[in-house]
Design a protein. Structure first.
Length: 189
């Protein structure tokens, strides 16, 4: 009789546990994989710095966490110290996108441009300001006559620290992002 009572109690606990696992609250609880997928933005930009040649780095457009498009891009003049203003490459981190424009009219940057937030370098000693994703062009996106406004070749991937793309590629990037822009640029190395 005691054995039967124990068996009934075990069966009751097992059925209660199974019912709890099937409860709506349990079913609504996301798994770890689902939580990561939900946290991943649908569209993101990732700049992957190339330590061997900073002017031959990559800018990736990710959709649902996977790279879908890749462009050659540069940052800096070849100096890998991200605390060197106007020469060092862009510091790693998540850069908030402040503004995107197809006719930006700054002193140095013109045309297609993505203006990024200010951020401190890796040592915290220098705040990197006036950082963009941009190219060399006139305000209207056409090629100019002076070197600063005209793309001449691979040497033009060098910058004062910004992410710099070929004019054709930055225009393509804007087309691909037209339906929905990310909020940040993630910089990695």
């Amino acid at each position: 009789m005691v054995a039967l009572a124990v068996a009934v109690a075990v069966a009751s606990v097992t059925m209660t546990a199974a019912a709890a696992d099937a409860s709506p609250e349990r079913a609504a609880r996301p798994t770890a994989g689902a939580a990561r997928a939900a946290a991943e933005p649908p569209v993101s930009l990732v700049f992957d710095k190339n330590p061997s040649d900073p002017s031959d780095s990559r800018l990736y457009l990710h959709r649902k966490g996977k790279p879908t498009i890749s462009y050659r891009a540069g940052s800096g003049t070849g100096v890998k110290d991200d605390c060197v203003r106007n020469k060092g490459w862009m510091p790693n981190g998540n850069w908030r996108i402040r503004l995107k424009s197809t006719n930006y009219n700054g002193d140095l940057v013109k045309g297609y441009a993505v203006y990024l937030e200010d951020m401190r370098c890796s040592k915290g000693t220098v705040k990197r300001t006036e950082m963009f994703i941009h190219s060399e062009m006139n305000r209207d996106g056409t090629q100019g006559r002076t070197e600063r406004r005209r793309w001449d070749g691979p040497g033009d991937y060098r910058s004062n620290g910004c992410v710099k793309l070929h004019p054709k590629h930055i225009k393509e990037l804007f087309k691909h992002l037209k339906p929905g822009w990310p909020t940040h640029l993630r910089v990695v190395s």
